[in-house]
Design a protein. Structure first.
Length: 206
């Protein structure tokens, strides 16, 4: 039997790990933190007046009262003084233009003033051209819807000027209006009898 003492190596890490596990089992778990109270929502000061509330995917949306007034503002009529000044300036400008044209074309006399008869004749010529008049030798291009609008404008003119025309002016307007309406009836009857499709209006007159 040897007298040399024997040494035993003990791993202290094993005992330390077991000791920490026992302490963790004995130590109580920390109490959970109480939930935070929701922050109070700041209320906007209420404004007087109605509010329009619309629903959408994200919830109701309030439209301010000042945005509800969407009606277009009416144009302010010019004053009598402004109208008179503008009329004077217009007449002077028109006279300068006429003097320039006559200087370049000495044979042209002074232009006659525009009268109510010129206005009626302008409507008459426009309506007849829209119904294909004056297009001999070529395929007539008919704008039946445009002709109807022109004839309706002549009817409005006759209604609004009733009692404010001379006898000659009233007879001329009524005669021209009767003639264009008769031409319109004949054209639409022809289209209906032949089973034709009404001509499409030109671009911009839909």
């Amino acid at each position: 039997m040897s007298d040399t003492p024997k040494f035993e190596v003990i791993d202290r890490r094993k005992y330390k790990a077991e000791e920490e596990e026992r302490e963790a089992a004995v130590k109580p778990a920390p109490a959970p933190e109480p939930p935070k109270a929701p922050e109070p929502v700041k209320e906007e000061p209420q404004r007087a007046g109605p509010k329009l509330v619309t629903e959408n995917v994200r919830g109701p949306v309030e439209i301010p009262e000042e945005e509800l007034d969407i009606e277009p503002e009416m144009a302010v009529a010019p004053s009598a003084e402004d109208t008179e000044q503008q009329k004077t300036a217009y007449d002077a400008s028109a006279q300068r233009l006429e003097d320039l044209v006559r200087a370049q074309n000495p044979g042209i006399g002074p232009q006659p003033p525009v009268t109510f008869e010129h206005l009626v004749q302008q409507f008459y010529v426009s309506a007849m051209l829209q119904m294909g008049a004056g297009q001999e030798g070529q395929r007539a291009r008919i704008d039946i819807l445009g002709a109807r609008q022109t004839i309706d404008l002549m009817g409005i003119l006759a209604e609004k000027t009733k009692g404010n025309l001379t006898d000659a002016e009233d007879r001329m307007l009524q005669s021209v209006l009767y003639e264009v309406r008769m031409a319109f009836l004949e054209l639409t009857n022809m289209i209906t009898m032949q089973g034709m499709q009404p001509p499409a209006p030109p671009p911009g007159k839909r």
